[in-house]
Design a protein around this ligand. Structure first.
Ligand code: PLP
Length: 400
């Protein structure tokens, strides 16, 4: 009899985490590896936020805190939703978790029964299907092609809703494609959802503030107030405030879902760290101008990486509107042979080839549910982007 639970046989470890581990191991062996696989800004946590954390430690905010968030943090989140999203949540409709990932995990554990279906548009963030499987639900993957800017259409949504559908996962700006749903596109999805009152919506807004080209961010619960009682609006400090290591995510959702999620949290991790909560109060209430500065850097890098990739034969890259990833198409590379005679059969082979031949680490599209693509993160220096693109070009030239 296996000592490991059967539950785990259905899921795989996070591939993005795995690739970073592999790249770091190669580095430790002395290889020159450029890692464009990380899902985090390369900027430091702003000083005012770091200082708020020191202050919390020195003032003794080091004890157990409520899992749903300290009163200060709950209030800061409530005000953030009003200020940025015109969403009014009562305090018992708000909760805090150990990162956005943990909020999703708690929500799925709290709501899914075996075989409940969760519609996940692909390409998706790698963890969605596995979290659903861990909670014994059934991911229903809906392929959203490049020709539709990797976004689910109202027609696709409607076709995939069944009596068993429990959730729709929506992520905008998207990881891995950087696509952003416009207000009009969300309104069209909302009009389908209004016909299916049993479907809940997970609106993953974690990249809300990393958005470019004057595009206006919209979220379903605020756009269609009739859907608010079925939406979980997810956000967190990881990406916008450069706080990935602090592990703090939060959400607004109907009271019964929040209360069920709190029950799980109370019997598992209790809460995220009291220090992270104090720092996040400062993140949400403090100056926001550095986000504009960061976005300016990201736009420069985006433009640079997109134009360089589009100059490489075999690769084409559309222009992402948010987040800090590109999701280039590598169809032109599939079927080519390396100088050792190995055929590049898929995007995973291509990523392995890039890592082995040129020391460039990206993530293959299959990990996000749509091939043949790969994801590169441009949350790294201009110098590294430049060097990585030159190496990718050299690697592709050697193939074609
Ligand atoms: C789309 C998306 N949602 C949620 C998360 C979770 O972020 P965290 O757990 O760091 O708050 C991530 C992180 O990469 C993400 O890309």
């Amino acid at each position: 009899m296996s000592i490991i639970s059967k539950r785990l046989s259905k899921i795989k470890p996070s591939m993005t985490v795995g690739i970073n581990v592999k790249a770091n191991a190669l580095r430790a062996e002395g290889r020159d590896v450029l890692v464009l696989a990380a899902g985090e800004p390369d900027f430091n946590t702003p000083e005012n936020i770091r200082k708020a954390a020191y202050k919390a430690i020195e003032s003794g905010q080091t004890r157990y805190v409520p899992g749903k968030g300290t009163p200060d943090l709950q209030k800061a989140i409530q005000e953030k939703f009003i200020r940025d999203n015109d969403l009014h949540y009562e305090l018992d409709e708000i909760m805090v978790g150990v990162g956005g990932k943990h909020i999703i995990y708690n929500a799925m554990m709290a709501t899914l029964n075996p075989e409940d279906e969760v519609i996940i548009p692909s390409p998706y963030w790698v963890s969605y299907p596995d979290i659903v499987l861990l909670a014994e639900g059934k991911p229903v993957i809906v392929e959203c092609l490049e020709s539709q800017n990797f976004k689910i259409t109202p027609d696709q949504l409607e076709k995939n809703i069944t009596p068993k559908t429990k959730w729709l996962m929506l992520n905008s700006p998207s990881n891995p494609t950087g696509s952003v749903y416009s207000k009009k596109e969300l309104e069209e999805l909302a009009s389908v959802l209004l016909n299916y009152p049993n479907v809940l919506i997970m609106s993953d807004d974690i990249y809300e503030k990393i958005i470019y080209d004057d595009i206006e961010f919209s979220t379903l619960a605020s756009l269609e107030p009739k859907l608010k009682k079925r939406c979980l609006t997810l956000n967190g400090v990881s990406k916008s405030y450069c706080m990935t290591g602090w592990r703090l995510g939060y959400c607004g959702a109907p009271k019964d879902i929040i209360s069920a999620m709190n029950k799980i949290q109370s019997q598992s991790n209790s809460s995220t760290s009291s220090i992270s909560m104090a720092a996040s109060v400062e993140a949400l209430n403090g100056p926001q101008s550095f986000i504009i500065e960061h976005n300016k850097r990201f736009i420069n890098r985006r433009d640079m990486i997109v134009s360089k990739l589009n100059n490489i034969e075999g690769i084409s890259c559309n222009i992402p509107k948010g987040a800090f990833y590109v999701y280039p198409n590598c169809e032109g590379i599939i079927g080519c042979k390396t100088n050792k005679g190995k055929e590049i059969k898929n995007d995973e082979d291509f990523m392995n080839y890039l890592l082995d031949s040129e020391g460039v680490a990206g993530v293959h599209g299959e990990a996000f549910g749509l091939s043949p693509y790969f994801r590169l993160s441009y949350a790294t220096s201009e110098k590294i982007i430049e060097e990585a693109c030159s190496r990718i070009e050299r690697a592709c030239k050697a193939l074609i």
